[in-house]
Unconditional design. Structure first.
Length: 430
């Protein structure tokens, strides 16, 4: 994690601990129920983002919808029949109750937990034939989460069980119910991923919401003097942190393999994927001009695995899964050069190339984009060693000579751009 992420995460934990202190020590008035709804939504945002990066926006919304409706159905069944959790009732503190029974917030409250449990199980138990073991593990993990969550929720008054229970007012039947509902939820995700076949491994970021949820309810247990949930919560937090460190990967570090028609067929870590037989993958290449008609060049960082220290066009990079070329290009411009707010035009959408240097192959489907800026670049030293502006016509002549050492893709791209009518119109308008 970056320093900025650690600072933001620490700030969130302080806010959660402060909120937990007041919730554990102050009677919550019914008119404050909207706060619970806001909290549930905020808790769900990190895992929804992770699910969207994993499955894509459409499938993330669909999966959240399915799991949310499932949660509402199971909770409503328990309130009417007592199955699977035992008889209990919600207070008004969790928001408006649908049909006078189940708060709407249940739609989002359970889903982050089951996705976190599934994300853990999917990385620990790999293999299509082991789905039944993953389902069992998800159920067990969810019960552990609930050992931290439910005592605090009962103490605050979010819900009550008829006759109370042996574990801080929670009956054993509740935990048996979580085993059942967890198995159903895990089975739904197994079926969903079987048909959707995600190309990325389940990301460790799926636990992000649950980490904050567990911290919050552990803090409530601490301020309420419920020491067993506190100890369980601390152990869970440490295990979640260890899992994240072990299995985390950055979404922008995963390249996307494609077939001849640019259909995604797989993913792999960027550095490991570039070798002597690199498979075709999605990328992009950017040419930035200023109002003088000059092109921004960059010298690639000396630590780069591919073409270190070589001068090339303004910026290059890879497209993430579920990301458009333009979005990827803008993301990379900000990261490499600190440049934002630029309109980019895709001029050569079908450009592709294969090149080799020092035993490392680049093999990219690489659309070429053109943009305009007079902003001063702020190069990221991890990516860029140096930048300079050059007259376009001068660059056309320079790059035509292989002895000048420009990147091979830049040479090919310049030749195609120089012959493209749309590109020439853009340049003439500068």
């Amino acid at each position: 994690m970056t320093k900025t992420q650690l600072i933001i995460g620490g700030f969130i934990l302080v806010i959660l601990a402060t909120g937990a202190f007041f919730m554990a020590n102050v009677v919550i008035p019914p008119e404050a129920r909207f706060v619970s709804g806001i909290n549930v939504i905020l808790f769900a945002i990190p895992v929804f983002w992770a699910t969207m990066m994993w499955l894509g926006r459409r499938d993330a919304i669909l999966l959240f919808g399915i799991l949310g409706v499932l949660a509402l159905g199971i909770e409503t069944s328990a309130m009417i029949t007592g199955f699977p959790y035992g008889h209990f009732g919600y207070s008004e503190l969790l928001g408006y109750r649908l049909f006078g029974l189940t708060p709407w917030t249940v739609f989002l409250a359970w889903t982050p937990l089951v996705l976190a449990a599934y994300g853990i199980a999917a990385r620990l138990i790999v293999g299509g034939r082991l789905w039944s073991i993953r389902i069992i593990l998800v159920s067990i993990i969810l019960v552990v989460f609930d050992l931290v969550l439910d005592p605090g929720a009962v103490k605050i008054g979010f819900w009550r069980y008829e006759g109370g229970g042996v574990f801080y007012g929670v009956p054993i039947s509740n935990f048996a119910g979580w085993l059942f509902s967890g198995a159903i939820g895990a089975a739904v995700i197994e079926i969903f991923t079987f048909f959707r076949k995600p190309l990325l491994p389940a990301p460790a970021q799926l636990i992000s919401s649950t980490f904050f949820i567990t911290f919050f309810w552990s803090a409530i247990a601490f301020f309420s003097g419920m020491w067993i949930p506190v100890v369980i919560g601390i152990v869970v937090l440490l295990m979640l942190a260890a899992f994240y460190v072990r299995y985390h990967y950055a979404f922008d570090d995963m390249i996307v393999y494609v077939d001849e028609d640019n259909n995604a067929i797989g993913t792999a870590p960027k550095l490991a994927a570039h070798d002597g037989d690199t498979k075709r993958h999605r990328a992009f290449s950017i040419f930035l001009f200023n109002s003088k008609g000059e092109l921004l060049l960059q010298q690639r960082a000396l630590t780069k695995k591919t073409w270190p220290g070589v001068w090339s066009n303004s910026c290059c990079g890879h497209v993430m899964l579920h990301e458009t070329v333009v979005s990827a290009a803008k993301r990379r411009l900000k990261y490499e050069l600190g440049i934002t707010g630029i309109k980019l035009d895709v001029i050569l959408p079908d450009f592709r190339y294969r090149a080799e240097k020092d035993g490392v192959v680049e093999n990219e489907l690489c659309p070429v984009l053109v943009g305009y800026t007079d902003a001063l670049p702020a190069p990221n030293p991890d990516e860029v060693n140096e930048v300079r502006w050059i007259d376009w016509q001068q660059f056309v002549m320079d790059v035509a000579n292989p002895d000048n050492g420009y990147s091979p893709w830049a040479r090919d791209e310049v030749e195609l751009l120089n012959a493209d009518h749309r590109f020439n119109e853009l340049i003439s308008n500068l």
